[in-house]
Write a protein that binds this ligand. Structure first.
Ligand SMILES: CC(C)(COP(=O)(O)OP(=O)(O)OC[C@H]1O[C@@H](n2cnc3c(N)ncnc32)[C@H](O)[C@@H]1OP(=O)(O)O)[C@@H](O)C(=O)NCCC(=O)NCCS
Length: 137
C-alpha cells in the first residue's frame, strides 16, 4: 500500500469507502467542507492506495493546540492485513513532525470494537472526560 496526501478529486472515492464502512457522514462531510478541512491540514489527510485504488483513508487535523483523527476507514476486503495500522503510524509520524503535543479521536459507541485496534498502536481510552458539542446557529 502506497500512502499519498488526499486531494479533492478523490472525494467521491473516499466517500464510498466511508459509506461502505458505515461511518455516519454529516454536514461536515460535503465536498465543500472536506475541501475546507484539506486546506487547513493538507499533509495530515492521507489515503492508502493499492494498484491506484484507494483502500484506506484517514483525516488528521491540527487546530494549533490539539491534533484530531477523523474518519479512519479501510476497505472491508482489505481489513485485518495491517493497512489500518500502517496508515495510522504514518499519521503519527506526521503529527510528531508538526510537534503536536496530544491527539484525540472519538469512537462511536456502536463501533467501540475498534478500541482494541487503537490500543495496539498506542492510544488509550480516557475515562476522565465527557464530550460535549455545540452547533453554531
Ligand atoms: C478499524 C480499522 C480501520 C482497522 O483497520 P485494519 O486494516 O483492519 O487493521 P490492521 O489490520 O492494521 O490491525 C492492526 C491490529 O489491530 C487489530 N484489529 C484490527 N481491527 C480490530 C478490531 N475491530 N478489533 C480488535 N482488534 C482489531 C488487528 O488484529 C491487528 O492486531 P495485531 O497487530 O496484533 O496483528 C478497520 O477495521 C475499519 O475500517 N473499520 C470500520 C471503520 C471504523 O470503525 N473506523 C474507526 C472510526 S473511529
Amino acid at each position: 500500500m502506497e500512502i499519498h496526501n488526499f486531494s479533492i478529486d478523490m472525494y467521491k472515492e473516499v466517500c464510498q469507502l466511508w459509506e461502505v464502512n458505515g461511518l455516519s457522514l454529516g454536514a461536515s462531510d460535503t465536498e465543500e467542507q472536506v475541501a475546507r478541512a484539506l486546506d487547513y491540514n493538507p499533509e495530515l489527510f492521507i489515503v492508502g492506495k493499492i494498484d491506484g485504488v484507494i483502500i484506506a483513508v484517514v483525516m488528521g487535523a491540527f487546530d494549533g493546540r490539539r491534533g484530531y483523527v477523523h474518519h479512519l476507514a479501510v476497505n472491508p476486503a482489505f481489513q485485518k492485513k495491517g493497512y489500518g495500522k500502517k496508515l495510522m503510524l504514518e499519521l503519527h509520524k506526521r503529527f510528531s513532525k508538526k510537534e503536536v503535543v496530544k491527539v484525540h479521536l472519538f469512537v462511536e459507541i456502536e463501533t467501540e470494537g475498534v478500541i482494541e485496534f487503537y490500543e495496539k498502536i498506542g492510544w488509550h481510552v480516557r475515562d476522565d472526560l465527557i464530550m460535549m458539542s455545540y452547533v453554531p446557529k
